[in-house]
Design a protein around this ligand. Sequence first.
Ligand code: AOF
Ligand code: ZN
Length: 375
Amino acid sequence: MTQPTIAKENDRHFMEMAMEMAAHATIETSPNPKVGCVIVKNDVVIGRGWTQAVGQAHAEVQALRDAAAQGHDVRGATAYVTLEPCSHYGRTPPCANALVDAGIARVVAAIEDANPQVAGRGFAILCAAGIEVASASDFAWADMVLTAREMNVGFLKRMETGKPWVRMKVAGSLDGKTALPSGQSQWITSSAARQDGHVWRARADAILTGIGTVLADNPALNVRGIATPRQPKKIVLDSHLRISPDAKLFDDADVLIVCAKEDASKRAQIEERGAEVLCIVDSSGRVDLHSLMLELGRRQLNEVHVEAGAILNGALVDANCVDELLVYLAPKLLGSGAGLFALSELTHVDQAKQLMFHDVSRVGDDLRVLARFKK
Ligand code: AOF
Ligand code: ZN
C-alpha cells in the first residue's frame, strides 16, 4: 500500500461527510454493512452515496452514479469511504474495480473490511492500479476507526467471530426488579422508555426470547409504533416445545423455535403456523447456546436483540453470549420481586462479570444505560 501518513487538509472533514452518508443506509442493507462514500475533486464534493438494500448497489457505486448523474468527471478525484471497498463478486460486482475503472486517483477508507472475502484485497486492487490508498489508522485517527466500527458493530462481530452481536434489553425499577412477586409488571418503565425499546428492536435482525416469557406474556415480539421497512425475525428458545400454536408471535414475520428435544407432532403444529423448528442440543440436554449463536451467524444475522426473563438472561450472560446490555431503570423501588438476571452464584466479588458503561441517558422519566461486557 502507498502509505501517506500525513492526512491532507480536508481529509477528516470529507471522511466525516462519508460517515454522515452511511447514516442514511437503512436496516434493509442487512446483512451488508452500512457504508457511506463521498467523491471529492478540487475540494468540492461531486458524488454522494450509501449502501442500498441488500443485493443492490454499494456506497461507492452509488456515489459514482451520483457524480455521473450530475455530469461530473470523476477522473483524478478522491473517494472517501467508511469501509474498505469490496474486492469480490458477491451479490454485486467489486467496488474496488468500479473505482479503478472510473479513474479515481486516491481512496481514503476508514477501516478494513473484516469480511474474509475482502480483508485487505480491496486495498490491494486499488494499489495495484496505482491508486493512492490510506486508511484512518494510517492517519492515527483513532476516533474515526471507532466510529466506523460502531456503525457496523454487528457485521464486524459476525465477520470476526461467526456470531452475531447480542444486545440484551432489560427494564426494571431502580432496585433492579422486573415484576412484583405476584408477577405483575405492567408498567414499571415509562411509555417513552418502552417506545425507545422498539427503536432498538427495529435495528436488530432478530428478537430472541424464552418460552417462559411467551407463556407468561404472549408477546407479539414485533416492532410497533415506529416506521420500519421490515420486521426482525423472532426466535424463541423452547427446549421442550411447550409453545402454543396459537401464540400471538406466530401472527406475523419469520419465526424460529429452537428446542432441545424432538417432538414430531408439536413440530408439525408449529410448522403449520409457518414457523421453523430447529433442535440444537448440548451434552446436558439443553439448548446449546454457543452452537445457536454460530447458527444465527451462519444465517447472516448481524444483531440479535434479547428480551427475555431472568433465567434465559442469566444463562446467556453466564455463557458469555451477550455483548451489550440495554438497561431501562425507572425511578421507583419495588422491594421484593423478580430480578433482571438469574446468574450462577459467585464465591468471590472478583468473579463478577465486568462491564463498561458505553452510554447513559435519560429517556422520559427513566434512565437508559448501555453497558458492554469486557472481553
Ligand atoms: C463496499 N461498499 O457499501 C458495502 C460493502 O453481496 P454483495 O455484493 O452486496 O457484497 C456484500 C459484501 O460487501 C459485504 O459482506 C461486505 O464485505 C461488503 N460491503 N462493501 O465496498 C458497501 N456495503
Ligand atoms: Zn462494494
